[in-house]
Design a protein around this ligand. Structure first.
Ligand code: S3P
Length: 457
């Protein structure tokens, strides 16, 4: 049933098989960081002047944010050289969109956009794909309601839903109840058009790209440490933002896939250039090094206020480890691919504190457990944990359901590259949300992928 070889773009929907591959070698760059790309377009849309963005991730999620910012009245264009230019409308200057904003698969995009739009006196209806329509939005709607936003939503606060911002939003002090950069960011962004000071208290620190970028755009932002180590972030509203030139570093959450692939495919030696090394995104590298991974970082430098470096990875004999739950915020998106590394590690790997994985693009805990079991890997799924026992040889041969989840799709393709009988995923299309170049880059390193015809329904 195989049809084409040399599969080169993940825009093609349908099944894809990854087979045992020779050593992966070469030097690549992964696309721009997704979190920073969303934020660059959003703050550009509120700023006065022209924000120029180099290295923007051109994945579907970020393109949805570009479309949303246009719908709010900003001018967002791509030049012939791939640089993006955003002309903002000024804080408080969003127009009411004429149509529903369809955010596709993008949880970060829709949640941050609700924050941005929530403190403006406009009505906006948001929707998304089947995955996004299942994800909880109450965590964003609760603080927005306290700021005076009216919400018309289905039961349980799922998309599609409509928000209407008040004439003048109320500044709040909000303690983030789950460790979530999206919730923190939505409240801070709503604070930009709220008179007075909006305060977010973060008991557990999460990725801080919003704070860094707000400071760069000249927002009135202050960060303090509370007595018990909490972070207290204050943003003063109704101040102008100044357009910026932004260079987006490579996404560590995308680099994670070739990194793990190089560790588990024998004889591999690859370098991934210009990857973001923000400490709140570094948990996977830390864990893989503890597992015995041969990973070296060269050429550390600072680009646009973020630490960046080149990562060299050589194949390694890995051993199982216990991953401390406190590390979860710095590697929250990397557990699926860490589980693949763990499948090839001698002994048990224990991952705990993973409750948030159940509300990502899919229920990642159960999607991982099902995919691992289908490929002959011993694993136990707990309510908030995954424990698996690995070994140097993995049979593979399984079929994996990706549930519209790009990271589940890429993780199991990586597994296939080092397993005896390969691995087939049911749908490669979701990969384009965050890493459209995935199969081209991986094939260039020596990975074997083969597109399959969808099975008849
Ligand atoms: C993101 C925050 C994380 C992460 C997501 C990107 C962001 O989500 O999983 O991929 O850019 O703020 P949570 O805030 O829900 O943990």
């Amino acid at each position: 049933m195989s049809s084409t070889t040399g599969f080169s773009t993940t825009a093609d929907a349908g099944p894809l098989t990854a087979s045992a591959s020779g050593p992966l070698t070469g030097t690549i760059r992964v696309p721009g960081d997704k979190s920073i790309s969303h934020r660059a377009l959003m703050l550009g849309a509120l700023a006065i002047g022209e924000t120029v963005i180099e290295g923007l991730l051109e994945g579907e999620d970020v393109l949805a944010t570009a479309a949303a910012m246009r719908a709010f009245g900003a001018s967002v264009t791509r030049t012939g050289t791939g640089v993006w230019v955003v002309k903002g409308v000024g804080v408080g200057g969003f127009l009411e969109p004429e149509d529903v904003i369809d955010y596709g698969n993008a949880g970060t995009g829709v949640r941050l956009a609700m924050g941005l739009a929530g403190s403006q006196a406009i009505a906006v209806t948001f929707t998304g794909d089947a995955s996004l329509r299942r994800r909880p939005m109450g965590r964003i709607l609760d603080p927005l309601r306290r700021m005076g936003v009216q919400v018309l939503a289905r039961s349980q606060g799922r998309l599609p839903l409509t928000i209407r911002g008040p004439d003048v939003a109320l500044p709040i002090e909000y303690r983030v109840p789950v460790p979530s950069a999206q919730v923190k960011s939505a409240v801070l962004l709503a604070g930009l058009n709220t008179p007075g000071v909006t305060t977010v208290i973060e008991p557990v620190m999460t990725r801080d790209h919003t704070e860094r970028m707000l400071a760069a755009f000249g927002a009135g932002i202050e960060i303090d440490k509370g007595e018990d180590g909490e972070r207290i972030i204050r943003v003063e509203g109704r101040l102008d933002l100044k357009a910026q030139a932004i260079r987006v570093p490579g996404d560590p959450s995308s680099a994670a896939f070739p990194m793990v692939a190089a560790l588990i495919v024998e004889g591999s030696d690859i370098t991934i250039e210009s990857v973001l090394l923000n400490p709140m995104r570094n948990g996977l590298i830390e864990t893989l090094i503890e597992m015995g991974g041969d990973i070296m970082i060269d050429n550390r430098r600072t680009v646009g206020g973020e630490s960046v470096g080149d990562i060299r990875v050589r194949s390694s004999r890995l051993k199982g480890v216990v991953v401390p739950p406190e590390r979860a915020p710095s590697m929250i998106d990397e557990y699926p691919v860490l589980a693949i590394a763990a499948a090839f590690a001698e002994g048990r790997t224990v991952m705990e504190g993973l409750g948030e994985l159940r509300v990502k693009e899919s229920d990642r805990l159960s999607a991982m457990a099902a995919g691992l079991s289908a490929n002959g890997i011993l694993c136990e799924e707990g309510p908030e944990s995954l424990v698996l026992t690995g070994g140097a040889v993995v049979a593979g041969g399984g079929s994996v359901k990706t549930h519209l989840d790009h990271r589940i799709a890429m993780s199991f393709l990586v597994l296939g590259l080092a397993s005896g009988q390969g691995v087939t995923i049911d749908d490669a299309a979701p990969i384009a949300t965050s890493f459209p170049e995935f199969s081209t880059l991986m094939t260039g390193l020596g990975a074997r992928f083969e597109a399959m015809e969808p099975t008849a329904r």
